[in-house]
Write a protein that binds this ligand. Structure first.
Ligand code: HEM
Length: 197
């Protein structure tokens, strides 16, 4: 269930980045895409599924972490965890919580403003927010953390669903790394570009 909800959120990230990249085409294209996302009935229903997917993934992640800790109440006297696991895999809970904090900030400034505020031009909202260097810095740090989270999460999801068999191992690992870089860089380029633009 953790992997399925993760794969669902991965799909969301692809769609979200795809829509956001239209910012580079121009104001009308981005506002058109944004309007479509805000009014299409299928997307409206999917927003509730998306919220449920996020909440489920977060609760399950915290529950799994607590369960893991409880299963070893007495710590190893000597433990070299780095010998057989990566930094990203051992810190999923921390990168996950930091990405969650980013999402709260992001929803407050974008989603809430567009849905319940006085915003009539989504393009203006996005490009104006990225004029603030502190904001851009927070965003880029969050995207790097998201990339780290995905660098383990992607291949871990494929392991959980049984698709990380020796035949596909290299492919899944490479795809996971490529996807993580694509997401982290893709979102970062938007924030940095509109700071300077
Ligand atoms: C440059 C980066 C990003 C920009 C410019 C951006 C822009 C936006 C905008 C304009 C909305 C409001 C859409 C609407 O309601 O019409 C939105 C919503 C949202 N964003 Fe982002 N976003 C970025 C990165 C991210 C990332 C990395 C995540 C997840 C980790 C994320 C998660 C969400 C969620 C969950 C929503 C609410 C659902 C929705 O409206 O589709 N965003 N974003």
């Amino acid at each position: 269930m953790m992997s399925l909800s993760g794969l669902f959120l991965i799909t969301f990230l692809l769609v979200h980045l795809g829509v956001n990249l239209t910012l580079f085409i121009g104001k009308d294209t981005f506002n058109g895409a944004s309007h479509f996302m805000a009014t299409n009935p299928v997307i409206q229903v999917m927003q509730f599924v998306l919220a449920a997917g996020f909440i489920f993934h977060i609760i399950m992640g915290i529950w799994l972490e607590l369960k893991n800790r409880a299963s070893r109440p007495i710590k190893y006297a000597k433990n070299n965890a780095a010998a057989n696991s990566g930094w990203a895999s051992r810190n999923m809970i921390y990168t996950g919580i930091l990405v969650l904090l980013f999402i709260v900030l992001h929803l407050k400034d974008f989603f809430v403003q567009i849905k319940f505020g006085e915003v009539h031009d989504d393009y203006e909202l996005v490009t104006q927010l990225f004029k603030n260097p502190i904001y851009v810095l927070i965003y880029v740090v969050a995207f790097v953390l998201l990339g780290i989270h995905l660098s383990h999460g992607f291949q871990s999801a494929f392991t959980s669903i049984g698709a990380r068999v020796p035949k596909y191992l290299k492919c899944v690992k490479n795809l996971g790394m490529a996807f993580s870089y694509f997401i982290a860089l893709g979102f970062s380029v938007i924030a940095i570009y509109f700071y300077f633009a």
